[in-house]
Each structure stands twice: as C-alpha cells, then as structure tokens.
Design a protein around this ligand. Structure first.
Ligand code: NAP
Length: 222
C-alpha cells in the first residue's frame, strides 16, 4: 500500500487530499497544527500527527515520530496568504511570517523528512502560479508572490539535491480554488483541483523533476 504524508490537512485542499488518497486505498498520514481539528482528518481516513510548520521543534517531533515509516510522497500543502500586501501597506513582520510559512517551512520539512523517501519517492509542495514571474501581470500580493517564488526555487534545488537518492521534487499549482484562502469567488472546487493534482503526481516523469505543474497538467513557467 503506497503511503503519503500530507502536511497541513485540517481544511481546504489538504483535507480534500486526505479524502481522495484514503478513498483510493493509500495509507494516509496527515498533520494538523491544532489537535482539535484532527477529528475531521481522522474521519477522512488519515493517521493524524500534530505539526506547526512555523516551529522547528514541532517539525523535528514529526520527523522523529515517522522515523520508521517509508513514504512514497511527502506533500507539503500548508500555507498562508498573509495580510496588508498592497504597495504602501507592507509591514516587515507580516512579510517575514509569510516567507517563513510558505518558503522556509517547506524546505525545513523536506530537510527533516527526506530520509523517509526512497527510490521513486516524491516531495511535492503546493505552490501557486502567483509565484511565477512570467505569469505576473497584475502586481500586489507582495509577500505571497515573493514567498511562492522562493518556494519554487527551493523545489528546484530539492529536485537536484534529492536526485542522487532517486527521489523527485515538484511544485504544484492548484488553480484558484474555493477554500478559506481562495474565497467564494474562486472558479474551482477543491475536489476538482485535488483530482487534477493527484493525476499530475501519478503521472510524474523524470522530465518533470523540478517543475511547477498546474492542476490541469500544464507545465508552468517560472
Ligand atoms: N485556494 C487557492 O486558490 C490556492 C491557490 C494557489 C495555491 N494555494 C495553496 O494551496 C495550499 C492550501 O491552501 P488552501 O486554499 O487549502 O488554504 P486554507 O483553506 O487556508 O488552508 C491552509 C492550510 O494550511 C495550514 N497551515 C497554515 N499555517 C500553518 C502552520 N504554521 N503549520 C501547519 N499548518 C498550517 C492550515 O491549518 P490551520 O487550520 O491550522 O490554519 C490549513 O490546513 C496553500 O499552500 C496555498 O498557498 C491555494
């Protein structure tokens, strides 16, 4: 039975990933940062762990708890949008919080959990086309865009550094999805976006290592 760890599974896309992988017969391990939110995740079919990806000690505890488990996929989904991101509103602390959660944390979880991935294993981070320089024609969202762009570089680096052990790294773009983060006007529902991303992961080829891939299978430009 293949095993996946979904980091940041309490709601939104993360919870939908749990539902779909569990329904598909995978062994699903999933994290929440608030234990009170664990019930919905275990009801959806996952073994639940607690992890706040903004806390290095919490990531270390997660890695220690999983030390004997071999994972086929580590999916870092946890992310925040942040506040006050228009030009003229940006504040240093708020900017750095988004960088910490959206860019640094996926690197720290990859670093802590790379040993759980074997030959053919995948580290996938949920990024965003808002982190693509080529795709940016509307401005704003300074912290979120900068953090996802940094995440994309982290993933590209991981794709090189994990290659000797036969593992791959990809950045996933879910599209604009109706979740707490995406808001009510988003055109996509989580089940469709997640089904698309699962198809992307299932069909990943060697050439895809280090790429950013949209939920519909398109390779996105950086
Ligand atoms: N929705 C979209 O349109 C869209 C588009 C592009 C990319 N994305 C990306 O997709 C991913 C999931 O987004 P979503 O739309 O499902 O957002 P969401 O509904 O706001 O869910 C965010 C998830 O991240 C978790 N999280 C936040 N900070 C965390 C921390 N410090 N430690 C551990 N978990 C933390 C949340 O846990 P809590 O419940 O504890 O807060 C929650 O499970 C994010 O990386 C986001 O950037 C979303």
């Amino acid at each position: 039975m293949p095993a996946i760890l979904i980091i940041g599974a309490s709601r939104g896309l993360g919870l939908e990933f749990v539902r779909q992988y569990a329904a598909d017969g995978w062994r699903v391990l999933a994290t929440v940062r608030d234990p009170l939110k664990g019930r919905a995740v275990s009801d959806a079919g996952a073994e639940v762990y607690v992890c706040d990806v903004g806390d290095c000690a919490s990531i270390a505890r997660l890695a220690a708890a999983l030390v004997d488990i071999r994972l086929d996929v580590v999916l870092h989904n946890a992310g925040i949008y942040g506040e006050n991101q228009g030009l003229g509103q940006v504040e240093a602390e708020a900017f750095m919080t988004v960088m910490r959660i959206d860019a640094l944390a996926p690197l720290l979880t990859a670093q802590a959990l790379a040993g759980r991935l074997g030959e053919g294993g995948i580290f996938a981070a949920v990024s965003s086309n808002m982190g693509s320089m080529a795709d940016n024609s509307s401005g704003g969202s300074y912290a979120y865009r900068a953090a996802k762009a940094a995440l994309n570089m982290v993933v590209r680096n991981l794709s090189i550094d994990l290659a000797p052990k036969g593992a791959r790294a990809v950045a996933l773009s879910p599209g604009w999805v109706r979740t707490d983060m995406g808001g009510p006007d988003a055109p996509l529902e989580a089940p469709e976006a997640v089904a698309g991303l699962r198809k992307v992961l299932a069909g990943l080829s060697e050439r895809d290592n280090g790429r950013m891939i949209h939920y519909d299978g398109r390779i996105l430009e950086w």
